[in-house]
Design a protein around this ligand. Sequence first.
Ligand code: ATP
Ligand code: MG
Ligand code: ZN
Length: 315
Amino acid sequence: MAINKAVSIDTAFQAMMKGLQARSRSWETEQAGSEEKVDYECSECKDRGVVIYRIHKDTELRLRKEHKPLDSLSLDEMVLEDDYLAGKVCTPDKAREWKTTYSKQCECVKQKKIAKLMAASGITEKFEQLLFGNFKLDGKPQMIKDAYECAVEYFKDFEKIKGERANSIALLGQPGSGKTHLLTAIMNNLIKKKSTHCLYFPYVEGMSDLKNDFDQLETKLNAMRKADVLFIDDLFKPVDGKPRATEWQVEQIQSVVNYRYLNHKPLLISSELTTDDLLDVDEALGSRIYQMCKYYTVIIQGNRMELNHRLGDWD
Ligand SMILES: Nc1ncnc2c1ncn2[C@@H]1O[C@H](COP(=O)(O)OP(=O)(O)OP(=O)(O)O)[C@@H](O)[C@H]1O
Ligand SMILES: [Mg+2]
Ligand SMILES: [Zn+2]
């Protein structure tokens, strides 16, 4: 009696699998024949954001014995649910051996988030190429190596320090020495590896943009206040040797930096000015920047022929 029951469940199960396969085949034929073929952005998850897998009962048994979680499985130990339903995995009589399903977020969800963060960050395609890996160190003065080390350390420490007051980095001094390159490398890594919401603010263009779009001033300043990480590039960039810092400009930067200082939100700062010069522009602002960046500050000064990458023969 018991045997009969098992057989009949098996038979029913096989019938169900055959039905599913037939349905899947007819659906595929329909799709192939239809004029409007469905174009998925992601063929892996068919834009569902999750991928469902099936696992063989032996694999599951092994996992249980080894006390390992399902997500420790490698891809070749799982089969796609779609393939399973389409009968590509096994014959119907073996279908019961693949009973456990497991769903995983598709890689495309993360990739879409990164693309969104990249677009929102204000980083251009050219800037996406500025990485630690293509920053040359051979033949560079120690000061440049220090700046590189400081930037790499900062990225490594980021998770640990991001909520503290001294959670920021400043690369100061010599034009063309790689300040923007290194800070952009940090930003690219934060976006791609840690899905961090970053905002790039090139001081000169950014300031004139703020001034020309007065209606949007508060909205834009708020975005600068609230971003997880704000990169102010070329702060107070001098004209004719004098810092570009009108009262209005200092006031706007002050209101952003002050908010970030109070709320422990990291800044990445590049400037031709030294810490002293920044204090001379405005002591309240300069001293906040000093405090925020005190563990990660490098002032690059010396022989410009050695320090300015643009003046060297590197290629
Ligand atoms: N060590 C390096 N290896 C490879 N490229 C570098 C290096 N240093 C600088 N560069 C390149 O040289 C150019 C100038 O560097 P960068 O813009 O980062 O300098 P900067 O210090 O920000 O200068 P500025 O004050 O003029 O803005 C960039 O194209 C950058 O990628
Ligand atoms: Mg620069
Ligand atoms: Zn996907």
